[in-house]
Structures are given as C-alpha cells and as structure tokens.
Design a protein around this ligand. Structure first.
Ligand SMILES: [Zn+2]
Length: 340
C-alpha cells in the first residue's frame, strides 16, 4: 500500500526520540562486553527501529541471556515510552514537482508553510511541491497532547528544458480570440475537478503506469515563442500507439470525463482522495463517465491524438489540489516498452 518515490526517502522523528538510539546503543554495548553474539546488529539506529517495530526477537535474544541488557532495555522503554507515538515519517521526493507521503499520530494537526493539510484517521497525509517551489518549506505537526514538531525541508531545485523559438508568424503564437471564451470555460471545469477535496483513501496507493511507451515529453519543460513564454509542460507524455488502452493509475472516482476539450481533447480526471488527482489527455475514446469508481488498472479509454497535439500520445498529469506535480517522481520505472 505504501508508495516510495525513487529519489529520496526520509525518516524523521521528534527530537525526544533521539534518546532511543542512545539507549539501544547502551544495551548493545553491554551485551557485546558480555560476549553476546549481537554483532550482526550493525548499528544503533537499526536497533532502535527493531525495538520499535517487529524486530523484538533480536532484542529478546540479548536480554534473555544478559540481565544487564534486560535492565537497560526496560530503562530505555521507561524513558522513551512517552515519545514512541510521536513519530513523523516522510516518504517521497522533497524537490520541485515531488509528491510526499507522510504519516504521523492520528489526530495530529499538520501544516505546510501554514497551509493546513488533511490528515487521514490513520495519521496519513500528503503534500507536494510545484514546478517553481522555493528552496525551503516548513512542516509543522501538533500532536493531540499539544506537543509539536517542526521540520525545515530543503526542497531540491531543478533545471528545466527551455526551448526558444523566434520568427514565428504571430497567428501561431496568439490563439484565435474567438476561442478564448471556450478555453476559459474548459479551464474552469478542469480546475474545479482538481479542487475536489474528498476523503477517498486511495491517495496512498502505489501508481501503475497508465500506458506503456517511450517518454516523449517531460515535466517542467517550456517553450518561448517569439519571446513569449508559453505554459510549461506539466505532465509526462507517453508515446503509446493510437488505440492502446489507457489505465487508471490508482483507484478513485472520475471527477471529469470530457471527450473534446480544445487543448487536451478526450480528457479524464480521477480523484484519489486528499487532493490527489491524475489527469489523462488526448484520448480518442473515453470508457468511463463522471462519478464512476475505478480500480487501479481499470481501462478508462484509448490513446489518441485529440486536442492540440502533433501525434498520438498520452499526456499524464498529477495534481495535489492546484499544485502540479511530476508523475515521474511518484512512480517506479516502467516495466516494459510498448509493443510495436
Ligand atoms: Zn504533454
């Protein structure tokens, strides 16, 4: 169920937990001095994790044989028990475009740069960083008993591919004014779908690739036409052949299903809960309707070349509410290339 982004895994705990590794180190040292074959426990942090989770059998081996270690173990528990529940764990890419999954105590209040995050009953939450997110962010957690944890996050800054094209005829740069009304209306419908704030619990699911094929367009790239910056490319282009199935990347509810939007053609948006949404564009055919529930891997349409495109492909986008994220940072490597 947990998802691990490929670039960075962070494990953070409140400062008071720092006593755990130290206590565990003392246990280990006393066991080693007494000749216990505990050398396979290579480092103090590993011991601390083992005693917090399901690795107690290792600890048992130590303290059943060595009374001193037993006393040390219970002393450690005595000191650290109030802290055990205060964990804050972050998994994901702390970088521009990155999606981060967090877990903390149920009932805790979490804010990112002052923005209140929705926390699931089990303590899970998510947040993300936009294309041009600043280099630092503040994550604050206040537990039910009033204690708090502050984390300063260093957000990795990326360089994007910028392409400058000059000397184009003006009509290719500025869209027909007659279309402006339609474009505005459609943009509003899309942003409403992405603003859906449901409590669906599918935001923690591991993504499956919605289509298979070479990546022909990456997140964040931008073209500057006749000196005018165009909207950056905020998704991943997968050059799958026309007619290839498009699959839901995770379970959720269809929050938009439009067969013919001006820019994006056949477009589906799926809400996965807690502000996480995936978007699928340029499809030739849609196989789902608004409000429909889908599972991860459910066929939702076929790859096409509808909207403003130069060839068939799937444009796949990922949003945390209005923040546009990089799907490539939130999914593992593609298992295989598309059949040719
Ligand atoms: Zn695209």
């Amino acid at each position: 169920m947990r998802r691990y982004a490929p670039l960075l895994r962070m494990r953070e705990v409140p400062c008071c937990i720092c006593r755990m590794p130290f206590s565990a180190f003392l246990i280990l040292r006393s066991a080693r001095r007494a000749g216990n074959p505990a050398d396979r426990l290579r480092s103090a942090p590993e011991v601390s994790i083992a005693t917090r989770s399901n690795g107690l059998s290792e600890g048992r081996t130590i303290f059943l044989q060595r009374p001193l270690a037993l006393i040390g173990f219970f002393l450690a528990l005595l000191f650290c028990r109030p802290c055990l529940a205060d964990t804050l764990v972050l998994d994901g890419a702390i970088e521009q475009g990155g999606l981060v999954h967090g877990r903390t105590e149920p009932g805790a209040k979490v804010t990112l740069d002052g923005r209140v995050l929705r926390v699931a009953p089990d303590g899970g939450f998510i947040f993300g960083f936009g294309r041009d997110a600043p280099a630092s962010a503040s994550l604050d957690v206040v537990f039910a008993d009033g204690r708090g944890v502050h984390r300063a996050l260093a957000v990795v800054q990326r360089r994007y591919d910028i392409q400058r094209i000059d000397g184009l005829p003006p009509e290719q740069v500025t869209p027909d004014p007659a279309l402006q009304e339609r474009i505005k209306r459609e943009a509003l419908a899309v942003s409403r779908a992405r603003a859906v704030d449901s409590d669906l619990g599918f935001f923690a699911e591991r993504f499956v690739w919605p289509a298979l094929g070479p990546i022909s367009g990456v997140y964040g790239s931008q073209r500057i036409l006749n000196g005018e910056p165009r909207a950056p490319h905020m998704g991943l282009d997968i050059a799958a052949p026309r007619g290839a199935p498009v699959l839901a990347a995770a379970a959720g509810t269809v929050s938009l299903a439009e067969p013919d939007l001006f820019f994006t053609g056949g477009t589906v948006i799926i809400d996965h809960g807690y502000g996480l949404a995936t978007t699928y564009q340029h499809m030739d055919r849609l196989d789902v309707v608004l409000g429909q529930h889908v599972e991860a891997g459910t066929p939702i349409g076929v790859v096409g070349a509808t909207g403003r495109v130069t060839g068939p492909h799937l444009h796949w986008a990922l949003n945390w509410y209005e923040v546009r994220l990089d799907p490539a940072l939130a999914i593992g490597p593609m298992a295989q290339a598309a059949p040719r």
